[in-house]
Design a protein around this ligand. Structure first.
Ligand code: FEO
Length: 385
């Protein structure tokens, strides 16, 4: 796919993997994007995940025929992009790998490749004859070795995972179809929350570093090539990485026998009656990444959990730990849930929220045994949001 005469898309769509990183569901698939920069020399930027070698090589051949790939630029070493480095080397034996020192060490560790590796430094350029690439380090976006490649002649940023999203790419590859950003926005938020969410500070540092570039095209490692929605895409990543959020509620619950579930539904209804958006997630029925996306979207987190083994019901505990792991900041918090003989879950959830620095809205509410409206005053709780 020709993005310009000098920049070609050779990535692949993955519609068969069920869980990204064996954790995160892919209801709409995912793409592993690689690109060719074609001058007098040819550079391939990143590869793809294991299992896509035939497709990647066919895509490369359809763009450059029998010409060789002279350079393999390695922006990021997570195996969804680096798994086919050996395949590229076998196909193009003279191909020089171009990367930074940290990635070079990982290339040796993962693939045992040490020869014909050119180690570049911050700001260094690679001339390709009529076109070039310049490299900037963006550590922890998403691994410590991560860098981006900038093509000044095409005002194109090869941004690695930054600005990436779950959901496979469409036929046009780019966002030329109107509404593309809106179509991807939720999956971009879920991708950010799941994969990059812990690294808000490094994302902010990268945005600052790259802020002076006159970017006309963003070629990320996942999702569409951004040409028409660049301000929106950058604004979303900026907002997510500052943990900025709309006023609204992510209400996530786990329930064994339905009592905490009834309380969750009553509370969600009471919150919505007050005109406040409230997204509800059943943590026993769906992967917690969907709720996590709403933690990044809304300023209030409410978790429902019965007491289980004198603690938090495991699906709710896993979700709360997921929030803490991502060092989410500036949220308001409330907990509720049922117990049968000794209450613990609400107290323990509040302690975790306090450790995260969240503002605790009241003490939450725990109720004994079966749900009734008399035991669970949803209106009073909703009034605290
Ligand atoms: Fe898509 Fe961090 O790899």
């Amino acid at each position: 796919m020709r993005l310009t005469e000098r920049i070609r898309y050779v990535g692949v769509n993955d519609m068969k993997t069920d869980l990204f990183e064996r954790q995160w569901p892919l209801p709409y698939g995912v793409s592993y994007n690689s690109y060719l920069v074609v001058g007098e020399k040819v550079a391939l930027i990143d590869t793809a995940a294991a299992g896509f070698s035939d497709e990647l090589l066919a895509n490369i051949r359809s763009e450059i025929g029998d010409r060789a790939v002279d350079y393999l630029v390695v922006n990021h070493m997570e195996p969804d992009h680096s798994a086919l480095q050996v395949v590229i080397r076998e196909q193009y034996p003279d191909c020089e790998i171009v990367t930074n020192a940290k990635a070079a060490s990982m290339i040796e560790g993962y693939h045992g490749i040490t020869d014909n590796v050119k180690v570049i430094k911050e700001g260094e350029s690679l001339p390709l004859g009529g076109v070039s690439l310049q490299f900037f380090m963006v550590p922890m976006v998403h691994w410590p070795e991560t860098m981006v490649s900038w093509c000044p002649e095409e005002n194109t940023l090869f941004s690695g995972d930054a600005f990436g999203t779950f959901k496979a790419v469409g036929e046009t590859i780019n966002d030329s179809k109107s509404g593309t950003f809106e179509e991807y926005k939720d999956e971009m938020t879920r991708y950010y929350a799941s994969i990059v969410g812990k690294y808000g500070g490094p994302v902010q540092a990268a945005l600052k570093k790259l802020g002076g570039l006159e970017i006309k095209r963003i070629c990320a490692t996942h999702g569409p090539v951004w040409e028409n929605s660049i301000p929106e895409v950058i604004a979303l990543y900026d907002r997510l990485s500052r943990y900025d959020a709309d006023h609204g509620v992510c209400l996530a619950f786990g329930s064994m026998y339905g009592n905490t579930r009834q309380a969750a539904m009553a509370l969600a209804e009471a919150i919505r009656q007050r005109g406040i958006p409230c997204a509800v997630h059943d943590l026993t029925a769906e992967n917690y990444s969907f709720a996590l996306a709403d933690v990044f979207k809304y300023d209030t987190v409410i978790i429902g959990s019965p007491t289980y083994n004198a603690g938090i019901f495991p699906p709710a505990r896993l979700f709360m730990q997921g929030i803490l792991d991502r060092t989410v900041k500036g949220r308001k918090f409330m907990a509720f849930g049922s117990f049968t003989w000794a209450a613990a879950s609400v107290k323990l959830l509040n302690e975790m929220a306090e450790a995260a620095g969240f503002e605790i809205l009241g003490e939450g509410l725990t109720f004994k045994q079966g749900y009734t409206e008399a035991k669970f005053d949803a209106q009073a709780l909703a009034a605290l949001v």
